[in-house]
Design a protein. Structure first.
Length: 544
């Protein structure tokens, strides 16, 4: 069983994981990369005999969770030392607090992916809590690290008052199901309380003997708590800008981190679907990051749609599929042996069919300004309307072409990505063929059995090849081939052209989408209305 679960993580992380049974602690170490496959190499040490209170299997699953969800230990050390200038006991305290938060994060993510692990983790933390001597933890309960551990180990309600109990309890709830930087973001929110505790401690005037006794108790208790000391897990030392400066703390960072956490799980699922192999992008496609802009949502529309969708009954049927809340390990191992379709190993307990929709947005230069702003608002409104509907999967992409013939593509896989719906100075043309192909690729890997593609463009399709502008006669051949590929994924393709009626009369896109749905509107507001109408119709028709 250890090896089976390690195999799942190896596929998802493109890694080689060795499990060795010796030593007195559970830990994972990063050993570098293995050539020629460039795989990450990890070594997990499983305590032998077991750490008291931690079953061997649970200890191994915990360490595998650090690998799978890429615990950012290197970035944390860099933040504490280089940006916050911490050293000595201050550094150790902050780093230990991060470890507690990170353990909570990775166990929540692994528990979400495989529900039986959530039960195992809960039982283990309760065991560890029962092993904590009440008289000892009461003495050191106000230490921020110990306070977090007492709450995490399910003893918080039994202990006499803990300073800032609500703050630490909220921190452990906030970090649940966040992305790889979630624990760091929560640590930023706790920094003022930790700093105050340190300052108050330094100003206290207890006798030297009392302080010595308390310090010995602190060390003993911390030694008992730190059962899962982790070495680095091969992460980079990159730190997101919103974390570097603790003074810029914004509570919205946690919500965004949770949204990104969902995206991280989707990436893991995609890795399993593709047998651990990254999807090779076409040579003329660049995945790019665009500038950020403020996101607005039409809550009147989104709330109205949500109310309608929530009234729709969803089927409940358990089956093995590409998506679900649990991994069926036996199915996964069988597919490893057979060598195909490894990704079809999820236990789907929610629905027997659903809807997947991709919005593909032209981001050529002519879309700059109010048009791209309206498109961004449209996507945000749709994401908001289905955020609580399990069997409706919505994604988007934004695209434009450069003079060399490259297409700059940006995927919008979660609400946190919507801020990147923007134009880009280097990608100004309208390569609609790549919009069709990449949208088809995205739809292919989405869970719904009913799929729809909506392309929004405001100009004539046009493309370059090494600095030369292609005539429509030449370019239309590529567009038609791309449309055929897209129709192999779904026949439900719709194109909305934002142009006044006179210009649209000369637009060759009409011939390309002949036989498919194509609509002409004079402005982006009109395009949004059409998309919302088609989106609502698609969802209501197919998830009943």
């Amino acid at each position: 069983m250890y090896i089976k679960y390690a195999n799942v993580v190896e596929v998802a992380r493109n890694a080689k994981i060795d499990i060795k049974h010796y030593g007195n602690t559970n830990c994972v170490s990063y050993l570098g990369k293995i050539n020629p496959n460039n795989k990450h190499h990890f070594e997990i040490l499983s305590a032998t005999p077991n750490v008291k209170g931690i079953e061997k299997f649970v200890g191994i699953i915990h360490e595998l969770s650090h690998v799978l969800f890429q615990s950012p230990f290197n970035a944390t050390k860099k933040l504490l030392k280089d940006y916050w200038k911490l050293e000595g006991e201050r550094f150790e305290l902050f780093y230990n607090i991060f470890n507690v938060l990170e353990d909570q994060r990775i166990e929540s993510q692994m528990g979400k992916m495989y529900l039986k692990h959530a039960i195992r983790f809960k039982k283990t933390t309760k065991k560890l809590g029962l092993l904590m001597p009440l008289d000892s933890i009461n003495l050191v309960k106000d230490n921020p690290c110990n306070a977090l551990l007492i709450i995490r180990f399910q003893r918080g309600n039994e202990i006499s008052s803990i300073d800032n109990y609500d703050v630490y309890d909220k921190a452990l709830k906030d970090v649940v199901l966040t992305d790889k930087y979630g624990a760091l973001r929560v640590l930023v929110s706790l920094k003022p309380y930790i700093d105050k505790w340190i300052n108050d401690k330094e100003q206290s005037h207890g006798t030297e003997q009392e302080e010595k006794v308390k310090e010995n108790d602190r060390r003993r208790t911390n030694s008992e708590f730190r059962r899962n000391k982790i070495d680095n897990t091969g992460d980079s030392d990159e730190i997101p800008d919103d974390i570097k400066d603790a003074e810029t703390w914004d509570g919205d960072m946690i919500d965004e981190s949770k949204e990104n956490g969902e995206h991280d799980v989707s990436i893991i699922f995609d890795s399993l679907r593709n047998d651990g192999k990254s999807v090779k992008l076409p040579k003329n496609l660049n995945m790019i990051k665009r500038r950020e802009s403020k996101v607005e949502t039409d809550y009147k529309i989104s709330n109205g749609l949500s109310k309608i969708f929530r009234t729709i009954m969803m089927r409940n049927k358990e089956f093995i599929d590409y998506d679900g809340d649990e991994i069926d390990v036996e199915s996964y191992v069988e597919r490893i042996i057979s060598g195909n379709d490894i990704g079809k190993c999820r236990i789907n307990q929610k629905i027997s069919h659903g809807v997947s929709i991709v919005l593909s947005i032209d981001a050529s230069h002519s879309m700059d300004g109010s048009k791209i702003h309206t498109a961004r608002k449209l996507v945000s409104t749709i994401f908001e309307s289905v955020k609580s509907i399990d069997n409706v999967d919505v994604k988007a992409n934004v695209w434009g072409g450069d003079i060399r013939g490259k297409t700059g593509m940006t995927e919008i896989n979660s609400a946190g990505d919507i801020k990147f719906i923007n134009t880009h100075n280097d990608y100004f043309s309208t390569p609609i063929h790549m919009a069709l192909e990449h949208s088809g690729t995205m739809l292919k890997h989405m869970k719904g059995s009913k799929k729809m593609m909506i392309v929004i463009t405001d100009g004539h399709p046009n493309h370059y090849n090494n600095g030369f502008h292609l005539t429509w006669h030449t370019y239309s051949i590529s567009c038609k081939k791309s449309l055929i590929k897209a129709k192999q994924v779904t026949s439900n393709i719709m194109c909305i052209v934002v142009q006044d009626h006179h210009e649209y009369g000369f637009n060759p896109v009409k011939t390309l989408f002949k036989g498919s749905k194509i609509m002409n509107v004079s402005n982006m507001d009109g395009a949004s209305e059409k998309v919302i109408k088609q989106f609502k119709k698609m969802v209501m028709k197919n998830i009943v």
